[in-house]
Design a protein around this ligand. Structure first.
Ligand code: KIV
Length: 281
């Protein structure tokens, strides 16, 4: 049991205090090596339930379990020193009632060393957020397009257009007033994101929600070009690692077939030889 957050990591109050200041930089991570890469560049790292689609090939996030979130949370914890770590509560682990949410969120925090959890929902979850935050569990909210409600929405559409904007504003306000320290706004129009950011007391973290937000988050595999199943319009690719990786794998396959690999540098002699490629003989 029990990992604890690194002592020099950013804290929940420090993140909350960034409202209206330098934009918060946030990314997801699911593994230790990627956590090590993003730590030092990010203020907040989310172990998102997007892990189900990105690493496990699921069609949606609905099949992600508490066990998966704990396993990936532990891996990410080992890679972080300075960023605040937040873990997503998966579908079905918190909606029943505040007691269920507390039991599962406490387990996630104790097992992974996360500083906070994230829940998808607005007005419908205000009571739960109030219950958790009053009992030592910091909560990040998530309103707008909430992917765990994909079946209710009938797809991953923009939320809050036209008269529907009022609903998302009410959700963000409810989450903030219930005690959340930040709220993710996903796939909402720019004008609505700006209005919510002006009206709520906590930092808004946008994903497909314009630069009007107090910070931004992306799925790390999306922005690195590692996830190719689909590409939402709000994703900017900062690298094409998937294409680079495929080219490297193709080169390896070709060399193996042509006996070009292993080469002389990768072969061991009878015992007196010197070390090659940085390894012991
Ligand atoms: O699961 C996830 O990665 C998320 C972010 C995209 C906000 O919820």
């Amino acid at each position: 049991m029990s990992a604890t957050a690194a002592s020099k990591a950013l804290t929940v109050p420090e993140i909350a205090a960034r409202k209206g200041k330098t934009p918060l930089v946030c990314l997801t991570a699911y593994t230790t090596p990627v956590a090590k890469l993003v730590d030092g560049h990010c203020d907040l790292v989310l172990v998102g339930d997007s892990v189900g689609m990105v690493l496990h090939g699921m069609a949606s996030t609905l099949g992600v379990t508490l066990e998966m979130m704990i396993l990936h949370g532990k891996a990410v914890r080992r890679g972080l020193q300075s960023a605040l770590m937040v873990v997503d509560m998966p579908f079905g682990s918190y909606e029943e009632n505040p007691a269920q949410a507390f039991r599962n969120a406490a387990l996630v925090m104790a097992e992974t060393g996360a500083a906070a959890v994230k829940l998808e929902g607005g007005e419908n979850l205000a009571e739960t957020i109030r219950f958790l935050t009053a009992r030592g569990i910091p909560v990040m909210g998530h309103v707008g397009l909430t992917p765990q409600a994909v079946n209710t929405f009938g797809g991953y559409h923009v939320q809050g257009r036209g008269e529907d904007a009022e609903r998302i504003l009410r959700d963000a306000t409810a989450v903030s007033e219930a005690g959340a320290f930040a709220v993710v706004l996903e796939k909402v129009p720019e004008a609505l994101a700006r209005l919510i950011t002006e009206q709520v007391a906590i930092p808004t973290i946008g994903i497909g929600a314009s630069p009007a937000c107090d910070g931004q988050i992306l799925v790390v595999d999306d922005m690195l070009g590692l996830f190719g199943a689909f590409r939402p319009r709000f994703v900017k690719r900062y690298a094409e690692l998937g294409k680079d990786a495929e080219a490297a794998i193709a080169a390896y396959a070709k060399e193996v077939r042509e006996r070009g690999f292993p080469g002389a540098d990768h072969v061991f002699d009878n015992g007196s030889g010197t070390a090659s490629v940085g390894e012991a003989t």
